[in-house]
Design a protein. Structure first.
Length: 562
């Protein structure tokens, strides 16, 4: 005889099954009426349990018959999106795929025409529920919309001006010189380029955003009174453990005995203390001085978030000061360090283009040390030449984020898709797949595998010459259609720090390659071809995602004076 507990459990199961069936039927009907190609997925991309378990379950799912998984799996695992590239869309024969599940529909797209409509139209907002985890220290511009977003933008955008970009230039040169010094002190060996690039990026951001000068050996100092970590260690640690902090509920972080949670908590608390100290010091300084037009990001945030320091029409909540301090340094650090790491590693794998880049730097220098060239004089020439081409191609191959999410919260929307007009149902999540967009064969030359890399074949695809006015083979400069190349997003939410990132990248590349070459580190007894193949593997199958695309194991490099 069934017990009351069993009856209750069966009733819950029946209720859940009926509820799921009704949801699937509703979402399936919406997909059919939309006009988009659709497939059914047994999982929802944004489901927290699925996000946590997907990587562990993937090996078992991949053993299932291909016919069961081919239509949905490639667009359902966060960590596989970059590796899959355009493949899921190619298999389904469409650049717009509606993924139907019980929890909701998601439109995945790599169609430039659709991308531009979604990015340009203010009816498509950021899905704030998805981005709320970024509000680690308080409200942020990244996880905001409407009037709140406009208020944050009004306060922060003035910080990205020519005066501060000149400071980015000079500080990036200074930090790159210190990085070179550390490599030379290690007999030219570069054992972990991403770690060094992250340090350089953090130091540049600290100077430009917070007016805090940092030196290469600061991480060796002792923590000041009231702290258990140094400024550098606290900032580095909170960025290292950001995924843990974002994904783990605060009570678990606070009371868990696990080492990773204890380290994440210490980093969170310590960096919060440093930000609070900088905020208070800046507020006191502003109270006793006249405000300047070209203020730092921190000064502008403090003026807007502290009563009596700024005009009421430009105010933000006090807690948004720390929130935005953190989000800007997180975004700037990840983009700069990861792009620089991949770019230099690709140059080591492609010495022919490295030599062409150096020849252009030599011509630009006109007999003077390249790093002594001013921002106004050198930056435009670098960005329009080989250095700019290197950055553009690196950002094409290694996107800043694997997807850009949008949602139509207000009403159903129509989208023009070629000669058709499709309807996007209300509250449908739109995912712009950046990896697929940057590899869409309708808008980019097809890949010819020339290296030992795996999908999505970034080394084989590496062709920075496409961005030059004329390539060595006489080919014309490649101009992708609008929406086919979106490294810093598009539309009214385009990244305001993109010029910052370009100035930092150009300054660092100029400083290093004007006097040095970077090569793959070949040990005695090793063959160059084998080392190159291993590096090409690390730049493809060895890449994972942790708040940005990163190699799980660094490519070993060496610095050689020219």
């Amino acid at each position: 005889m069934l017990t009351s507990v069993s009856i209750f459990a069966l009733s819950l199961l029946a209720f859940y099954s009926v509820s799921q069936y009704r949801s699937i039927r509703k979402h399936l009907q919406e997909a059919k009426q939309s006009g988009f190609k659709y497939v059914f997925s047994p999982v929802y991309f944004q489901s927290i349990p699925w996000i946590i378990l997907s990587e562990s379950l993937s090996p078992f799912i991949l053993k299932l018959p291909t016919a069961w998984t081919e239509s949905w799996f490639g667009l359902s695992v966060f960590g596989r999106l970059w590796h899959e590239g355009y493949s899921p869309f190619s298999k389904l024969g469409d650049d717009n795929i509606m993924m139907v599940s019980a929890s909701g529909n998601i439109l995945w797209t790599c169609d430039p025409e659709v991308i531009m409509q979604v990015m340009d139209h203010r009816e498509y907002a950021k899905p704030l529920e998805m981005l709320d985890m970024l509000n680690l220290y308080g409200p942020t511009i990244t996880a905001s919309e409407g009037d709140e977003y406009r208020a944050y933008r009004k306060v922060t955008y003035p910080s990205f001006n020519n005066s501060n970009h000149r400071l980015v230039w000079t500080e990036a040169i200074h930090q790159a010189q210190m990085m070179l010094g550390s490599w030379n002190a290690n007999d030219g060996q570069i054992s972990n380029l991403n770690k060094d690039a992250a340090k350089m990026a953090l130091h540049v951001i600290s100077m430009v955003f917070f007016d805090k000068k940092m030196h290469w050996t600061d991480d060796a100092k002792k923590a000041p009174p009231g702290h258990t970590l140094t400024y550098h260690a606290a900032l580095s640690s909170v960025l290292e453990y950001n995924s843990t902090l974002f994904m783990t509920p605060r009570p678990i972080i606070n009371y868990s005995p696990m080492k990773i949670h204890k380290l994440a908590k210490e980093a969170f608390v310590e960096w919060g203390k440093y930000m609070t100290e900088m905020r208070d010091e800046t507020a006191n300084s502003l109270k006793n001085s006249d405000p300047t037009e070209d203020g730092t990001l921190l000064e502008n945030l403090v003026k807007a978030g502290t009563q009596g320091l700024g005009p009421s029409e430009s105010s933000i909540p006090p807690e948004a000061i720390l929130g935005n301090m953190f989000i800007f340094i997180l975004a700037g650090h990840e983009t700069s360090s990861n792009t620089f790491t991949h770019a230099v590693s690709l140059l080591a794998c492609r010495p022919k283009f490295q030599k062409s880049l150096q020849a252009e730097i030599d011509a630009l220098s006109l007999g003077r040390s390249a790093h002594r060239r001013s921002y106004e004089e050198a930056f435009p020439k670098l960005m329009s030449g080989h250095v700019g081409a290197l950055m553009k191609e690196t950002l094409r191959l290694y996107t800043v984020v694997p997807f850009l999410p949008k949602i139509n919260n207000e009403r159903p929307q129509t989208l023009k898709v070629g000669q058709r007009t499709c309807t996007l149902p209300l509250k449908t999540l739109v995912m712009v797949n950046t990896s697929a967009t940057h590899r869409n064969p309708k808008h980019w030359p097809p890949v010819t595998k020339t290296a030992a890399d795996d999908a999505p074949f970034p080394v084989s695809s590496f062709a920075p010459e496409r961005w030059l006015d004329s390539s060595p083979e006489g080919e014309e400069k490649f101009n992708p259609v609008p929406g086919a190349y979106i490294p810093f997003a598009e539309g009214y939410r385009t990244c305001m720090g993109q010029h910052f990132a370009r100035a930092e990248f150009c300054a660092a590349i100029l400083t290093i390659f004007s006097e040095y070459s970077v090569e793959l580190h070949v040990e005695q007894g090793q063959k160059f071809e084998h080392v190159l193949q291993a590096a090409e593997q690390q730049l493809s199958s060895g890449v994972g995602f942790s708040m940005g695309l990163k190699m799980k194991k660094p490519v070993l490099l060496r610095l050689v004076r020219r």
